[in-house]
Design a protein around this ligand. Structure first.
Ligand code: GLN
Length: 547
């Protein structure tokens, strides 16, 4: 039976609750416990799949095909535990389940209310798989006091009440603002935030306080006294050089000990932190730097490509180089010659994306990488653009394009080298889609196997010919152009097991040019960098040594 840790936040948003949860998960693992992390989000979208990356950051896809919050990416990167559909829920999903049950007649005769119907639905969700792990960590999105968060706070309060004493604890993250003029750390916002939490029946056991300076002993005592937590359970969360320092930093501050004390687990198993010490060693002791240009659309918000940025860092760690990633708006290359921009980089990455805007610029970036023999990694849309580039500029199909852009524009302008996929095989059954289907959750989503061509570059990089990677796309490269493209040197080196869907392309006569229909970045971990990112950065390192 799992013990539950509920993680909430107060004072301001973006305090790094997801990171603190992920780091705590890693620390509990380092003491030999098994963990699972969950995110409960108060917004009304059923899932973040239809939200703009500008607003919500990246959509993180799980093996079982759920489109989830990017915090699940942190959880996976820190614990290595593959997230599932049941590790992420929103108010929208909860309400939609409740309303579906109401229509079905499951509550016949009853008036449906937030308490108990919505809160019960939330509690049932939290309980899923509770027998499987030692600790279940549930992070509540947003901050205490938000109107839409209330049902979640009420549900976790009830949940702890339903369980025997000592099986649930509450950890609350707050901010201690530092007033530079007077040189003081202010504790009042934290006191108010805890007061707010206690007003809805939740008393935190552990307080994690973000502050830019160290918390003096006197202030720690004051927080403990006014917030009714033990002094040792007031944990400082200082600003970090790298997010991967979080497990070691939180351990130094006593977070895992405070949590185990709150559960009265004594004596606590000793932690083995060697994994995180190695990660930090690789980050801090590097030999040189490589520069990677990310040519994309959602360049204003770094979180839009969170997993790619992290996977590049992991690739750097594997090669002991610093990776300097720079985001370039693809639309620039529709007006300007890419050379002056791209000459300064050792490798080019074109990430995934939706819609036509910026795609001509991405095609030019792919062309530039091919012609200048600079390492290129195309992910999802980045692979599709590389294939269109090959079709147009090498195979002579001048009007090659993607059906996605014709659909968007409402008219036919291109030869659809990339077409709308309408049926495919998932496991043992056939999935079918129509163009008019809902936009939410209807893509080819989640983990699919692929077979790699023996002797290809990717087979060498992966060290195997059978892989499984996560997908999130609606369109696909049309295999009727395969012979034409292969005759000019673009190899289809990865295919779905039935041989119908192309998963990977690579240029034969190029030092490193690979396009993948899936998202390798989602499976990269700091302690286990993804093979494609590891080798991409190795190739970039080689380019950097040439010039
Ligand atoms: N828009 C493209 C498709 O739906 C690519 C998606 C992506 O890059 N994730 O196929």
């Amino acid at each position: 039976m799992a013990r539950f840790i509920f993680i909430t936040g107060g004072v301001v948003s973006s305090l790094g609750k997801g990171l603190a949860s992920a780091a705590l998960g890693a620390l509990l693992q380092s003491r030999g416990f098994s963990v699972r992390l969950r995110k409960l989000d108060p917004y009304l979208n059923v899932d973040p799949g239809t939200m703009s990356p500008f607003e919500h950051g990246e959509v993180y896809v799980t093996d079982d095909g759920a489109e989830t919050d990017l915090d699940l990416g942190h959880y996976e990167r820190f614990t290595g535990v593959a997230a599932r559909r049941t590790d992420s829920v929103s108010s929208g999903r909860i309400y939609s389940n409740v309303l579906e049950k109401e229509r079905r007649g499951d509550y016949l005769g009853k008036t449906i209310q937030v308490i108990p119907h919505v809160t019960n639905e939330i509690k049932d969700f939290i309980r899923i798989g509770e027998d499987e792990v030692d600790f279940m960590l549930c992070e509540i999105g947003g901050t205490v006091g938000d109107i839409e968060g209330l049902p979640f706070f009420e549900a976790i309060r009830q949940f702890a009440q339903d369980k025997p004493r000592g099986e649930c604890i509450f950890m609350h993250l707050t901010l201690l603002p530092y007033l530079r003029a007077s040189g003081e750390l202010k504790t009042k916002p934290t006191q108010h935030s805890v007061k707010e939490l206690r007003a809805i029946g939740i008393a935190p056991d552990v307080l994690v306080c973000r502050s830019e300076v160290e918390i003096p002993e006197k202030e720690r005592e004051k927080i403990a006294l006014f917030c009714n937590v033990r002094k040792e359970a007031v944990i400082a969360a200082p600003d970090l050089r790298s997010i991967y320092e979080a497990p070691l930093a939180y351990h130094r501050e006593g977070l895992d000990q405070a949590v185990l004390d709150a559960f009265r687990i004594s004596p606590a198993p000793r932690p083995d932190l060697s994994r995180w010490e190695d990660v930090m060693d690789r980050l801090e002791h590097t030999d040189g730097e490589v520069r990677v240009a990310i040519v994309g659309k959602y360049t204003q918000l770094e979180d839009a490509y969170k997993s790619i940025a992290e996977a590049l860092t992991h690739g750097g760690m594997a090669n002991r180089v610093r990776v300097k990633a720079e985001w370039i708006d693809a639309e620039i290359f529709e007006r300007e010659d890419p050379s002056p921009w791209l000459e300064n980089f050792d490798a080019i990455l074109v990430p995934g994306g939706f819609g036509e805007r910026g795609t001509e610029g991405k095609i030019r970036a792919a062309q530039w990488a091919r012609e200048h023999k600079i390492p290129y990694l195309g992910i999802c849309l980045g692979m599709q653009m590389a294939v269109i580039e090959a079709a147009r500029n090498v195979a002579g199909l001048r009007d090659a394009g993607s059906e996605e852009f014709d659909h968007e524009a409402g008219k036919k302008r291109f030869t659809p080298v990339v077409y709308h996929l309408k049926e495919w095989i998932q496991g043992s059954h056939k999935v079918e889609r129509r163009p008019e289907d809902d936009k939410g959750g209807t893509m080819r989503l989640g983990a699919y196997p692929a077979k790699l061509k023996p002797g290809s570059k990717v087979a060498e990089i992966y060290g195997t010919t059978e892989i499984e990677e996560r997908h999130r796309h609606r369109y696909e490269v049309d295999m009727s152009y395969r012979d034409k493209l292969e005759s000019v040197g673009l190899i289809f080196s990865g295919m779905s097991p039935d041989g119908k869907l192309p998963e990977i392309v690579e240029w034969k006569d190029h030092p490193w040019f690979i396009g993948v229909q899936f998202h390798p970045e989602l499976k990269s971990r700091p302690f286990e960098p993804h093979p494609l990112f590891r080798d991409f950065i190795r190739a970039a390192k080689e380019t950097s040594r040439l010039v």
